[in-house]
Write a protein that binds this ligand. Sequence first.
Ligand SMILES: [Cu+2]
Length: 482
Amino acid sequence: MSASVSLVVNLTARPVTLPIFSGAETSVWRYDALVQDGNAESIQVLKNSYLGPIFRVRKGQRIQVRLKNELPDSTIIHWHGLRLSEEMDGHPRYTIAPGANYDYDFQVLNRAGMYWFHPHTHQLTGPQVYYGMAGVFIVSDDEEAALSLPAGEYDLPLVIQDRTFDSQNQMVYLTNGMMDQMIGFLGDTILVNGMPKATMDVKASAYRLRLLNGSNSRIYKLAWMDGTPLKVIATDGGLLEAPVTRDYLTLAPGERVELWADFSSRTGSEMRLVSLPFSEFSTSGGMMGGGLSLPNGVPFDILSLKVGEKGADVSPLPTHLSTIERHRLEEAVNQNNPRSFTLAMQGMVHSINGRVFEMDAVARDEVVRLGDLEIWEFANLEGSGGGMGMGMMNMEMPHPMHIHGLVFQVLSRQFMQGNESVYHELSAGFVDDGWKDTVLVMPGEKVQVLVRFEDYAGTFVYHCHNLEHGDAGMMRNYRIKS
Ligand SMILES: [Cu+2]
């Protein structure tokens, strides 16, 4: 590796208690950061939050992170969205025991954007993220810096999550047992950056709001309460070529979206970010939705921004944000024969091509070649007859599909069959223009992405980012062969 190390950070994963509510403190798991070498401002700690820390690094920077595991569980960190080798990426095979350390050393190849990190322990990713472990990894570069986007106090990372707390203020997980594992865990309390009923004071100026859905399985239909359109400037893999405007945004677990929001004429007002109602996915009645206090699609408040005095002068949002080199379909080695992945129930679990995760197994159709551009096609057959795995129940679940170690471009979406009206309650909120690492595949939908395996040979995973689905086996290895 040519670059010299410019940041060395210890991340200690440990149980702590925090004052999240009045009364009893809440037991959580958290990454505690300590900058050993380099710019201390590269790491921002969120006070009294289980979440974090927030890394701020530059493209090209080489960093070292020592993970110290002081949890009672095995763990490993996955750097979500980063272009890394398999040893750095956090494959579950690299999980370390309680008391052990894992040393990361990598150069940041990604363009400017909001990435993130979280545990990736086999069958325990859901609970480890749920009990608090996740942080944000923000990359900047020269292309972005030239734009003079809102920065410093006007650049707000906002991580949206849901949790359920008991009467002693403790987090509870999998309260509905088996159903939670099949649907995914849905909490009844929304938190932003680890704060319930999140309220923030902002100035009358323009802000860059970097939203991450860090929830285990909840999908949000984000909108401003007063109907102000949302101005999107970036998604998973950084800036779009040009801003796009949406009335609402559909954000699935693992996905990011960045907004440019101008509050300069809003002094004295309250801007409320909400999740709008949409229909439940599984339509088989009482047995599915009955036990859940807040199923997917229930509306709620997410964040309230109280606009105060005048802040920094607002520079207009540039009409051109970045240059995105589009992958060319005709360069795909399988342009006439996409590599297809069928998402469907297999017995009691969600599966990929009828298979579930095996730690070391790579099937013949899961091997690709370093340097190749391919079409990958995810077809969600649940709810359309292909997913009848449970007798009377018709599981119809959306699956946010994530591929490790790279970023990709969405080529096409096609609704095939099933409940089209539910589909159209969310589909206007997708933003597929830029680079992605996680893409929501709705029930009855087929999504094609163009993906180039350009950085490292090795074995990586691809999986559903509904963490309960992933833990139950909706994950597979793929191998990049040199
Ligand atoms: Cu899934």
